[in-house]
Design a protein. Structure first.
Length: 104
């Protein structure tokens, strides 16, 4: 199932999380593996925050296991376009003028 996780609809991922058939860490790991495999060739990501994604997934997993699922998207990772300023993360907005821009 791990190889199909990146292709599942969000509603299906949420259902699997509800039933504890998968964990947020499994989802993030599958997505990061896919990013590692294809991102350089596809140039699909400028910045990948793997460590913080895994940390957030571990926190979500602990909460879900403890019975504290905060909503249908809790435990499901998201990615943001490079135009969304994120504190401490390289954000270029695909502009040469912002090649080294890291919002504070």
């Amino acid at each position: 199932m791990k190889s199909e996780l990146p292709f599942l609809p969000v509603a299906r991922l949420a259902s699997l999380l509800d039933r504890k058939e998968i964990s947020p860490v499994e989802i993030v790991t599958a997505l990061l593996e896919r990013i590692d495999r294809y991102s350089a060739r596809l140039r699909s990501y400028i910045t990948v925050c793997a460590d913080s994604a895994l940390e957030a997934a571990r926190r979500a997993e602990k909460e879900i296991v403890a019975g504290r699922r905060w909503g249908p998207l809790h435990g499901i990772p998201v990615s943001h376009k490079d135009i969304s300023w994120t504190k401490g993360v390289l954000t270029t907005a695909h502009s040469r003028a912002m090649l080294d821009h890291v919002p504070e």
